[in-house]
Design a protein around this ligand. Structure first.
Ligand SMILES: Nc1ncnc2c1ncn2[C@@H]1O[C@H](COP(=O)(O)OP(=O)(O)OP(=O)(O)O)[C@@H](O)[C@H]1O
Length: 771
C-alpha cells in the first residue's frame, strides 16, 4: 500500500525521483557516517586539503587491504559467501575467524586471549581521522599521584599553583591526544578484548555487520586498558589486552557522537561484559540481590529509559544479567527506616520476587505506599535504568535524606547534557554523589555537549573524589583519567538528512504549510529534496499546542487511509499507559503522524521514520540537532527535516540555519547554491544575543506559551493553533452567543410559565373556556 497516495488528496500522485531513497522502503545503508568514500592517503605531491563526507563527490579510492577496515560491510558478506560455498556454517566461520586470530578456547572463562594482530599507530591515526574521531585525555593523573593521600595532593596542588608550575590536570591547550586501535569488526570484541561469547552472539543476532564510528572508537576505550592506547607520535604496536572488570582500571568517558550513531550499544556492551565477569567471579551461591544494583543508566525520559532496557535485555539473553526499568513502588536498596518491614515482607514474597524485575507485574502490583505496612519489592536486577526523579524518589528515606548506592560501579548518563542542565542538574548530581563506590566508572553520552557541561562533569568527578578520600589516613585507589571522544563535528546535525527551512509568516501560514506537506498538490520538479512522507514526527513548543494541533489535523486523513487513528499526540501530561500504547502504535506503523513536544526529541529510536517537522522552531541549536536526529538513524538516507518559521521566530532562526549549514558542509554541499541555507539568508538573519538565546532556551517563543490568568485580548489568543481568521472566530462567537442567549430566554420563559402554573393551584379545576 502506498501510504503517500492514500494520504494525499492530490489528483496527481507525486512521482519519486530516482535519488529518493526512503528509509522505510529501502535497505539500511552502511551505518557509518564518515569515511566510506575516503581518498587514499595523500601522496607527497597531492594536496593536503581533501574533500570529505559521504556525498563529497570524491571517487572512492581503493584502500590498501590493511587500511580498508570500514568499507567491509559488503566484504564481510562476500567473505561469508565464499566461506559458505566451502560448506562452512556461520558458527564455523566465526570459530575459524576467532581461531585465526586467537587460540581462545570454547570456555568463556578464558578471557585473556592470545595477542591478536595489531594495527600500527600510523594506521590507527589514519582510520581515526577518516572516521572523524578525536580522543583527548581531559584529566590525567600521573603514576606518582596515584595512591598519595588527597591532603598531600591538595598541598602539592596549592604549592604548584603558587609556583605557577604545571598543575596536576593538564592545561586545556596541553591536552594529550590518544590514538586507540579502532574496532574493525564486531568479531574483534571477542578476539581482542575477550568479550564473552554469549554477548557477542547476542550482538550478532541483531544483524549488525560493521561497528558505527562511536562503537569503533568507544568500545576499545572502554574495554581495553589505557596503557594499551598509543599516544602521540610514538609509532609503536598497540597492546589490546582485555582488562579485568574488577581490577578498577579503565577510564571515565565523555562521548559526543551524532544522533542515531549507536551510542546505546557502545555503553551497554562494556557494562554488560564487566557484569558477566563479576557474576562469574562471585561465589555461585551468593544471591546477586544482596549485592544491590551494580550499574545505573540514567536517561531524561521514560520512553528513552524503556528503550535502553529493551536494548540491554536483547544483549544480555542467556548471560544471567538482569536489567530493570525503574518503576513506581520498586525498591533499589534496603533503606534503614523501612528495613524491618522489608525483611519480613520480602521473605513472605520470596516466590513473587523471583520473577520480580522490571516490567513484570510485580512492579505494578506492588502495594500502594502505606507507611505502616509498606511492602518493598527490591529489584534483583544488576542494571537499573531510570529517569533521575524516579530513582531519586526510590532512594529517598523518610527523613528526606538519600540512600547510598555503594554497590554501583558503573554510572551511565545518556543525554548527559540535558541531565546536567538546570532542569535535571540537582537530581542527577544527587544520584551521582550517592554512588559512593571508590571504583565507580562514569560515562557521559550525548550528540551535543557544551563546554559548561564538560566543566561540570570534571568538577563533580573531582569533588566526589575529594569527599571520598578526604582523610589523611585514607589511601586513595588509582585515579581514573577522564577521556573525551568526539565523533564528527561537535553539536552538528547528521549529514544524511535533507533540511528544509520554510517561512510561513504567521501561525495560520504554518498550519497551511503543514497541510501542504501532508497533501502536496504539485509534483516536485526542480526541487531535489525528497518530499515528506509518513511516518513522521511533528514537534511543537508546548503541550497545549501539541493538543491543539492534533485536534486541528485529526480529520485531515481520509477514512480510506485509516482516518483519525493515523494521527496521534504524545506528551508528558498523558498517563503512562497512554504514552506506552501510543509509542507502540507508532512503532508498529499504525500511527503515521505523531505530534509531540521535546519529550521525544532525545534518544528515542524509530527506525523507519521518514521525517521530522518542527512546527515550532526549536529552543536551541542542540534541540534542533536532537529533533532532526530522530530520522536518518544508523546511516539511513532519505530522512527529511522541515522547519516552519514565522516572523516572530526570525530573531532566533539563525541558530537553526547555522546547524543546517554545518551539516550540509559535512555532507559536501558547501557551495552556496547547493545548500538549503543560502549566504544571503544567513546575512539577513539577526544574531540573537546571549541573553536572548538563554531566554529562548528557557521559555521558548514567548507568544506561544500558554495564556496565563490576567492576559487579555490578543495576548491571550496568540498561542492558539487554528486556520480560522479572527473575523470568522468573531462571527462564530456571535452565533454561539446568540444561540445561548436564545436558549437562556427560552429557559426563563419556561420558568415563568411554570411559576404561573404553580400560582394557580386553586384554579386547578379550570377546565377551559366554554364555547
Ligand atoms: N553497528 C550497527 N549497525 C547497524 N545499526 C546499528 C548499529 N549500532 C546501532 N545500530 C542501530 O542504530 C540505531 C540508533 O542507535 P542508538 O539509539 O543507540 O543511537 P544513539 O547514538 O543513542 O542516538 P541518540 O543520540 O539519538 O540517542 C538503533 O536502531 C540501533 O539498533
Amino acid at each position: 500500500m502506498d501510504v503517500f497516495r492514500l494520504l494525499s488528496r492530490s489528483a496527481k500522485p507525486v512521482q519519486e525521483t530516482s535519488q529518493q531513497h526512503l528509509p522505510s522502503s529501502g535497505e539500511a545503508s552502511n551505518p557509518q557516517l564518515f569515511g566510506q568514500h575516503e581518498e587514499s592517503p595523500p601522496t607527497a605531491n597531492s594536496s593536503k586539503k581533501r574533500k570529505r563526507g559521504i556525498n563529497g563527490g570524491v571517487q572512492a579510492a581503493v584502500l590498501p587491504a590493511e587500511l580498508n577496515f570500514f568499507g567491509n560491510a559488503h566484504n564481510t558478506g562476500d567473505e561469508n559467501g565464499e566461506e559458505r560455498k566451502k560448506g562452512l556454517s556461520r558458527k564455523d566461520i566465526r570459530n575459524e575467524r576467532n581461531g585465526a586470530r586467537t587460540k581462545a578456547g570454547e570456555n568463556d572463562d578464558e578471557t585473556m586471549l592470545d595477542t591478536p594482530e595489531r594495527m600500527s599507530v600510523v594506521n590507527c591515526k589514519k582510520v581515526l581521522r577518516n572516521h572523524k574521531l578525536k580522543v583527548i585525555i581531559l584529566e590525567e593523573f600521573s603514576a606518582q599521584e596515584q595512591g598519595t593521600p588527597v591532603i598531600e595532593k591538595a598541598k602539592k596542588k596549592k604549592r604548584r599553583k603558587e609556583e605557577k608550575t604545571i598543575p596536576i590536570k593538564k592545561a586545556k591547550n596541553d591536552q594529550t591526544q590518544l590514538y586507540p586501535e579502532p574496532l574493525a569488526t564486531f568479531a574483534e570484541l571477542r578476539s581482542k578484548y575477550g568479550v564473552f561469547r554469549r554477548l557477542t552472539e547476542n550482538l550478532e543476532a541483531q544483524g549488525y555487520t560493521v561497528p558505527t564510528e562511536v562503537q569503533l572508537g568507544g568500545l576499545p576505550l572502554l574495554l581495553g586498558s589505557l596503557e594499551s592506547h598509543a599516544r602521540g607520535d610514538r609509532d609503536e604496536t598497540i597492546s589490546t589486552k582485555p582488562r579485568k572488570a574488577t581490577s578498577g582500571q579503565g577510564i571515565d568517558l565523555l562521548t559526543i557522537a551524532p544522533t542515531g550513531s549507536g551510542k546505546t550499544i557502545a555503553f551497554l556492551v562494556p557494562v554488560l561484559n564487566a557484569l558477566i565477569e563479576e557474576n562469574k567471579l562471585q561465589h555461585e551461591s551468593q544471591d546477586s540481590a544482596e549485592l544491590g544494583p551494580r550499574a545505573i543508566v540514567i536517561a531524561p525520559t521514560k520512553e528513552l529509559a524503556s528503550q535502553i532496557v529493551n536494548e540491554a535485555r536483547k544483549l544480555s539473553i542467556g548471560t544471567g544479567v538482569k536489567t530493570a526499568l525503574m518503576k513506581k513502588g520498586m525498591e533499589v536498596v534496603q533503606k534503614l527506616d523501612v528495613e524491618r518491614e522489608v525483611d519480613v515482607e520480602s521473605e513472605e514474597d520470596q516466590s513473587e520476587e523471583d520473577t520480580g524485575e522490571i516490567g513484570s507485574d510485580n512492579a505494578k502490583s506492588s502495594p500502594k505506599p502505606s507507611r505502616k505496612r509498606r511492602r518493598a519489592v527490591i529489584t534483583k536486577a544488576a542494571i537499573i535504568v531510570a529517569t533521575p526523579l524516579s530513582l531519586l524518589n526510590a532512594l529517598k528515606k523518610q527523613d528526606g535524606s538519600i540512600a547510598l548506592l555503594p554497590s554501583v560501579k558503573y554510572l551511565v548518563l545518556d543525554e548527559a547534557d540535558v541531565l546536567l542542565d538546570p532542569l535535571f542538574r540537582e537530581q542527577t548530581l544527587s544520584l551521582w554523589k550517592s554512588c559512593t563506590n571508590p571504583l565507580l566508572r562514569i560515562s557521559l553520552w550525548s550528540a551535543t555537549m557544551g563546554s559548561n557541561v564538560e566543566e561540570l562533569a570534571r568538577k563533580t568527578i573531582d569533588d566526589r573524589w575529594e569527599s571520598l578520600f578526604s582523610t589523611e589516613a585514607s589511601q586513595s585507589p588509582a585515579r581514573l583519567p577522564l577521556v573525551r571522544l568526539v565523533v564528527g563535528l561537535k553539536d552538528t546535525a547528521i549529514p544524511n538528512v535533507a533540511h528544509k527551512l520554510i517561512y510561513a509568516a504567521t501561525e495560520q501560514g504554518k498550519l497551511l504549510a503543514l497541510r501542504q506537506l501532508l497533501h502536496p498538490t504539485a509534483t516536485p520538479s526542480a526541487d531535489t529534496t525528497p518530499s515528506l512522507r509518513p511516518p513522521f514526527l511533528v514537534f511543537t513548543q508546548t503541550i497545549p499546542r501539541a493538543v491543539a494541533l492534533h485536534a486541528e489535523l485529526l480529520y485531515d486523513i481520509p477514512p480510506e487511509a485509516g482516518g483519525s487513528s493515523r494521527i496521534a499526540v504524545l506528551h508528558a501530561d498523558l498517563p503512562s499507559t497512554a504514552r506506552d500504547s501510543t509509542m507502540a502504535r507508532f512503532r508498529r506503523g499504525e500511527v503515521w503522524i505523531l505530534i509531540t513536544t521535546d519529550l521525544l526529541a532525545r534518544g528515542v529510536d524509530f527506525r523507519g521514520l521518514n521525517g521530522v517537522v518542527n512546527y515550532d522552531v526549536p529552543n536551541s541549536a542542540a534541540a534542533y540537532v536532537h529533533r532532526v536526529g530522530r530520522t536518518g538513524r544508523a546511516g539511513r538516507e532519505g530522512g527529511v527535516a522541515v522547519t516552519l518559521y514565522t516572523k516572530e521566530d526570525v530573531p532566533y532562526v539563525r541558530n537553526v540555519a547555522n546547524v543546517i549549514r554545518a551539516s550540509e558542509k559535512l555532507r559536501g554541499k558547501d557551495r552556496d547554491n547547493e545548500g538549503e541555507v543560502k549566504q544571503w539568508l544567513l546575512d539577513a538573519l539577526p544574531t540573537p544575543s546571549q541573553r536572548d538565546r538563554q531566554r529562548l532556551k528557557k521559555r521558548g517563543i514567548e507568544s506561544r506559551r500558554p495564556a496565563v490568568a490576567g492576559q487579555e485580548g490578543k495576548e491571550k489568543t496568540r498561542a492558539r493553533i487554528s486556520t480560522k481568521s479572527g473575523w470568522e472566530r468573531k462571527m462564530e462567537n456571535n452565533r454561539r452567543g446568540a444561540v445561548s442567549g436564545s436558549q437562556r430566554r427560552k429557559d426563563a420563559e419556561d420558568e415563568a410559565l411554570a411559576l404561573v402554573g404553580d400560582g394557580g393551584a386553586e384554579k386547578s379545576d379550570f377546565e377551559g373556556f366554554e364555547d
